[in-house]
Design a protein around this ligand. Structure first.
Ligand code: SF4
Ligand code: SF4
Length: 392
């Protein structure tokens, strides 16, 4: 993942995990874009490391603060080092800066565009605002309109806040209404340092923010959305967390790191060359080094990255290890493990209650889907199975 413009963004979403970081004081519109020499070094070394299937994710802050010429340069450099190998590119944007030129470029070069949008207008605008408090929904929708007009492949990423979790039905219908076929959503869990508005990292004592989703609301939200999806939309709409749950039921690698055995092995490069092991751990304590001074291979040999990847399996309370749903949950993301378990052990997951509720609710359907998958029958029949269950 390359953070084209570091933490710099044209919006100031109230829950942004970059806005409140102790060391990230540069969240302003004075764009700081990755310079050409760092860009070339990063692309060259990454392709050398991954010669058969190089895949780049362009992220921010807001990556479209970089002009189109930046991404044209990206393609040139990728062609230079990948030669005839196919290079995959995706970009995660708030969508407000999309225009015809960007969209033509993305369509022509087969880039996947992820749009950050939290649902219908009132839900989206609750926290996703400009620095001076203006709503952003209309601009994002305009961006989605441009993607559709140019035939760009797109999907959505929504953050589930305390507010959003109250409206699962409206949330789901909204995404259906805009013909979004690939939906990702992530629970909003952020803690602030005690007596400060700065974000707390896993080591810090912290207080859960007001806008974070509560575990029981997260569980209810997942169950409600799952219920709608399993009734009518299996095979038509792809929801990452449900697909990943099914993958774990089938004992195959899920598409999301939070539900995998280990953390993602992809590194995060910031505009200034700093490298981190994960976008949610951009804290000084977790910095692996700087690409100006080292190369990717040296950075991957760093003891810190080994310790980081062990965190997923080693920082687990007994409650997780003995949990009937561990195979599906894998303890979720370590950044949410800041609670004490019932037996008083550290590293219990804040969202555990919500996940347990969801896995329990989804179990009979996941069992059914597994059986159909193994028998090579169409999974859509789960909708009849649900209708039958509902009648009895
Ligand atoms: S810390 Fe969480 S988000 Fe980061 S790689 Fe691990 S599971 Fe994924
Ligand atoms: S549901 Fe809770 S106890 Fe079970 S693995 Fe997940 S976080 Fe751990």
């Amino acid at each position: 993942m390359l953070k084209t413009s570091g933490a710099t963004c044209n919006l100031a979403c109230r829950y942004c995990y970059y806005l409140g970081k102790k060391h990230e004081e540069d969240h302003s519109c004075n764009s700081k874009i990755i310079n050409y020499s760092l860009l070339e070094k990063a692309i060259r070394e990454y392709i050398l490391e991954n010669p058969s299937n190089p895949s780049f994710v362009w992220h921010g802050g807001e990556p479209l603060l970089a002009p189109l010429e930046f991404y044209q340069n990206v393609l040139e450099i990728q062609k230079k080092y990948a030669r005839n190998i196919y290079v995959e590119n995706s970009i995660q944007t708030n969508g407000t800066l999309l225009n015809d030129n960007y969209c033509e470029f993305f369509a022509k070069n087969n880039w996947l565009v992820g749009i950050s949008i939290d649902g219908p207008k009132d839900i989206h605008d609750k926290y996703r605002k400009t620095a001076d408090g203006k709503p952003t929904f209309e601009k994002v929708m305009n961006g989605i309109g441009l993607l559709k007009k140019h035939g760009v492949q797109w999907n959505t990423m929504a953050v589930i806040s305390d507010y959003c979790a109250k409206y699962p039905n409206r949330f789901y219908e909204f995404f259906k209404g805009i013909s979004c076929q690939f939906i990702q959503f992530t629970p909003l869990v952020e803690r602030n340092l005690k007596e400060s508005s700065k974000l707390a990292s896993l080591q810090d004592e912290g207080v859960i923010s007001n806008y974070s989703v509560r575990p029981e609301s997260w569980g209810n939200f997942l169950c409600d959305i799952f219920d709608k999806w399993i009734a009518k939309d299996v095979g038509e709409i792809f929801i990452q967390i449900f697909e990943s749950t099914l993958a774990n039921w089938l004992n195959i690698t899920p598409g999301v790191c939070t539900m995998s055995d280990s953390c993602s092995s992809s590194l995060v490069l910031s505009h200034n060359g700093d490298i981190y092991p994960c976008d949610h751990f951009v804290f000084p304590h977790y910095k692996l080094g700087n690409l100006y001074e080292q190369n990717f291979t040296q950075l991957r040999d760093n003891r810190k990255i080994k310790n980081f990847s062990l965190m997923k399996t080693e920082l687990l309370p007994d409650e997780c290890k003995q949990c009937e749903f561990y195979f599906a949950c894998k303890g979720e993301c370590p950044r949410n493990r800041f609670c004490k378990s019932l037996s008083g052990q550290p590293y219990a997951n804040y969202l555990c209650g919500g996940y347990k509720k969801f896995f329990k609710y989804a179990s009979p359907y996941m069992d059914y889907l597994k059986q159909e998958f193994l028998a090579r029958r169409p999974l859509k029949s789960v909708m009849n199975f649900r209708a039958g269950k509902y009648r009895t």
